[in-house]
Design a protein around this ligand. Sequence first.
Ligand code: DAT
Ligand code: MG
Length: 140
Amino acid sequence: VDKERTFCMIKPEGVARGLVGEILTRIEHKGYRIVALKMLRLTREMAEKHYAEHREKPFFRELVEHITSGPVIAMVLEGPGVISGLRKLMGATNPQEAAPGTIRGDYALETGQNIIHGADSLASAEREINLYFRPEEIMG
Ligand code: DAT
Ligand code: MG
């Protein structure tokens, strides 16, 4: 669907390293529309909701510490196939396995510092968009 939407976040290390412009450029050059965007610092509660699917993982605590460690950029992206398309722009979860040319492949080395988050399915995209944005904050 042309109006498919996904949720994307530039994680604290991406903001701290000054990669916001580079990442937004890649997203826009691909042709996706940024239909909502904000900078915020996650509370522990928000982080635990965001990563609820990983609650039982050994790295959950670390994950919550990390995502709350500094400001992030949260956004809603729109375009044909944007959910899987963003995942392709991001590259593999482990940046050492991410292909060159992908965001993680080009700018990261550690799984725990992999710069960018993107929803992995339609259900996740809808859940995450609603976690961060009110309907009136999303430009149609
Ligand atoms: P992705 O961010 O590619 O969707 P995921 O949903 O499996 O990956 O995991 C969420 C985040 O958790 C990931 O971006 C980095 C961290 N993570 C994943 N696997 C990890 C591991 N084995 N050790 C430490 N951190 C991990
Ligand atoms: Mg994931």
